[in-house]
Design a protein around this ligand. Structure first.
Ligand SMILES: [Zn+2]
Length: 391
């Protein structure tokens, strides 16, 4: 097998260019790619069209093949490949191109560099990782390096809603020996991610005049009693901990009900989400919660929004390869962790680990940023992982 000599890897890491990393990220931030949440995008501010074209153009210039696939109307994946020279293991760097909305975020689409950080919507979630993948491609191209296995970069659509981009890639039959997703893990190695199931709880009551509440049944007060029982349910969940992800959690996110202060409300609707652990199903989580609540005039519908949980099979070589790459790159914490948010991981059909710059504390916030140092470290880890994977 045609293994690049170790000096090549050293030179590649030395050539990581922080200014170029920051510039690339600013350019990506300036290309809006807000997730339209199930709608067909009505202008170029939404969807992944501009970012996928940017990735294609940059990577083709660096000698990669790259195709952009419109997997649904106005929604895109970009898939690039640097073919290997022989039969080494293949590695895919995957990252979602979509972001959450920009409403209320001043200068969301102006990539701003200040005090060693890059600011803007998508800075950490997760255009920083896309910039790091491009930097990997830049330094490999600068030295005309081909690894023995294929290297792939996938820009993926719709992670923030229904993961349709990752599902389309998985359904295409494309497989890699390993996938790294550069979600903002604060440079920790995450070998599992939680899933999500969102439900609606409807509580029925009986409307009557607010002065004689005893003649009615107050749906809001019934809902409040039920929500009190959610605490007991959470305590039961707390007793079952996944070794990397900890316990499953419940979040009550929306409550609606009633019309006037002088009317006993006949209906209350609550939307809540349950974070799923690997092996849990939305139906099973629903059944467990239903069994823990006092019977009454309420119902919980099937989950209307779901994301599968994922965990890398125990003992998979990717975990050790990534750990070695992180250690060689002076990452302070090289222990395995779990990613508390949901991700595309379950849908690629290939073994996945998550590792990336930035923090969930800034993701989806109105002040999103990522440190350029962390982007440089992540790029070094990605490069080392590519060399180690390829063999
Ligand atoms: Zn993300």
């Amino acid at each position: 097998m045609d293994v690049p000599p170790p000096e090549q890897l050293v030179r590649c890491v030395e050539q990581i260019d922080r200014d170029r990393l920051a510039r690339t990220l600013c350019e990506l931030i300036e290309l809006p790619s807000v997730n339209p949440f199930g709608k067909v995008p009505d202008d170029e501010e939404e969807g992944e069209k501009q970012v996928s074209a940017y990735l294609r153009d940059r990577l083709r210039k660096l000698g990669w093949t790259c195709d952009v696939d419109e997997y649904a109307p106005g929604r895109y994946n970009a898939l690039a490949r640097l073919p290997g020279t022989s039969a080494g293991r293949s590695l895919m760097f995957a990252g979602h191109m979509d972001t959450v909305e920009t409403t209320g975020y001043p200068q969301a689409l102006t990539g701003l560099v200040r005090d060693g950080k890059v600011y803007g919507r998508g800075a950490c979630d997760m255009k920083a990782a896309l910039a790091c993948y491009l930097e990997v491609a830049e330094v490999l191209a600068a030295q005309s390096i081909r690894l023995s296995g294929d290297l792939l970069i996938a820009g993926v659509g719709d992670e923030e809603y229904r993961q349709e981009g990752a599902k389309a890639l998985g359904a295409s039959g494309l497989r890699a020996d390993a996938v790294i997703i550069g979600e903002p893990t604060e440079l920790t190695l995450c070998l599992a991610t939680k899933g999500l199931a969102a439900y609606e709880l409807r509580v029925e009551g009986l409307a009557t005049h607010g002065s004689v509440p005893q003649h009615g049944s107050n749906a809001i007060l019934s809902a409040a009693r039920l929500l009190g029982m959610f605490d007991d349910h959470q305590r039961a969940l707390d007793s079952r901990r996944h070794p990397l992800l900890g316990p499953a959690t419940v979040n009550v996110g929306v409550i609606e009900g009633g019309t006037k202060p002088n009317i006993v409300p006949s209906e209350c609707r609550i939307q809540f989400s349950r974070r799923l652990l690997p092996g849990e199903s939305p139906a099973g989580a629903r059944a467990e919660l239903v069994a823990s609540l006092e019977p009454g005039t309420w119902s919980i519908g099937d989950a209307w929004w779901t994301v599968e949980a994922y965990e890398l099979p125990a003992g998979h070589w990717l975990a050790e390869t990534l750990r070695v790459a992180a250690q060689l790159s002076h990452v302070p914490d090289c222990a395995p962790h779990g990613f508390p948010a949901s991700s595309d991981a379950a849908y690629f059909g290939s073994p996945v680990a998550l590792f990336g710059p930035g923090s969930l504390a800034q993701a989806h916030s109105l002040d999103e940023w990522v440190s350029i140092d962390d982007m440089a470290t992540a790029t070094a880890v990605y490069l080392r992982t590519a060399f180690l994977t390829s063999g």
